[in-house]
Design a binder for this molecule. Structure first.
Ligand code: C2E
Ligand code: CA
Ligand code: CA
Ligand code: CA
Length: 281
């Protein structure tokens, strides 16, 4: 793999070799990371657009790698899914979110509704009784179901959608709210809405961020909001970075917003400081 190669193939394979080397290294390290306590949750507020009150906090996992520093979940969640580690990691994430939520609610002082929203990997539903596992873990932490919400992506639309539907319905019946994440990015968004009932629809940030430049994107966002409301869902817009975007969303009747305009995902202490300085209900 030296030099350019006849047709660029050498360069290509070199690049792939490095990638797969990095993958193997991360995968290998991933196995120990949980034992070593290298994961942490950061929290990003979702605010009620009208009042500015914090509606809930989304838990976003971070990996503090001893050699590479902070690694983004976009890099290690797929590895965890492929390797099956997502089951142990997912359990830790849910337990940690439940622990934090119980702690926040025990303090009783913070001026926000202390619900934490947890991202679930579609893979976690594959064993068929993930609803029971979730409920067990919450009761183990003494966490009321209403304190936790879950976010799932369209990728969850699996072959066995009937099994997924019953698990989701059981979770909702138990008082856990469900949000459909990244709406608009998958290829089956509409059939998804037809099959599953959910509490929130999260508009993917790619639509939100292009709203200002392209009328077509604005039209899509407006239509998504109308449709969500007709289906009895509340709307959370993701990736709000400017006041102009926020204003357009307000005009379109969007209930909740999340994005760097308000706050980045923060470690727990910083999040609590942010919450304390934000508006009270
Ligand atoms: P997501 O669930 O769509 O999370 C939102 C992502 O957008 C987060 O990236 C957040 O930091 C980022 N973000 C928030 N506001 C803005 C903004 O205004 N502008 C821009 N450009 N970005 C914004 P993060 O934390 O890197 O997470 C990436 C993805 O990794 C998440 O996308 C989610 O799919 C996955 N993920 C994160 N935590 C977990 C977890 O605990 N479990 C699972 N299964 N997946 C997770
Ligand atoms: Ca999410
Ligand atoms: Ca999202
Ligand atoms: Ca995403």
């Amino acid at each position: 793999a030296k030099g350019g190669g006849r047709n660029g193939l050498a360069f290509f394979t070199e690049d792939m070799r490095e990638k797969s080397f990095e993958r193997r290294r991360l995968l290998n390290d991933l196995y120990d990371a949980l034992q070593e306590g290298q994961f942490e949750l950061h929290f990003q507020p979702a605010l009620e657009l009208q009042s500015g009150v914090i509606h809930k906090a989304e838990a976003l996992v971070r990996w503090r790698h001893p050699a590479f520093g902070m690694i983004s979940p976009d890099r290690f969640i797929p590895l965890a899914e492929e390797s099956g580690l997502i089951f142990d990691l997912g359990r830790w994430i849910l337990q940690e979110a439940a622990r934090v939520s119980v702690r926040w609610n025990a303090q009783g002082t913070s001026p926000f509704r202390k619900q934490i929203s947890v991202n679930l990997s579609p893979v976690q539903f594959l064993n068929g009784h993930y609803d029971a596992i979730v409920m067990d873990q919450l009761s183990l932490q003494g966490c009321q179901p209403g304190l936790i919400a879950i976010e799932i992506t369209e990728g969850l639309l699996l072959d066995d959608s009937e099994a997924v539907r019953s698990q989701l319905n059981n979770l909702r019946a138990a008082g856990i709210q469900v949000a459909l994440d990244d709406f608009g990015t998958g290829y089956s968004a509409m059939s998804y809405l037809k099959k599953f009932s959910m509490d929130y629809l999260k508009i993917d940030r790619s639509f939100v961020q292009d709203m200002v430049d392209a009328d077509s994107n604005k039209a899509i966002v407006e239509a998504i909001i109308v449709m969500a409301h007709r289906l009895g869902m509340k709307v959370i817009a993701e990736g709000v970075e400017t006041m102009v975007q926020a204003q357009l969303l307000r005009d379109a009747g969007c209930e909740y917003v999340q994005g760097y305009l308000y706050s980045r995902p923060l470690p727990e202490d910083d999040f609590l400081n942010f919450a304390a300085s934000a508006h009270s209900p």
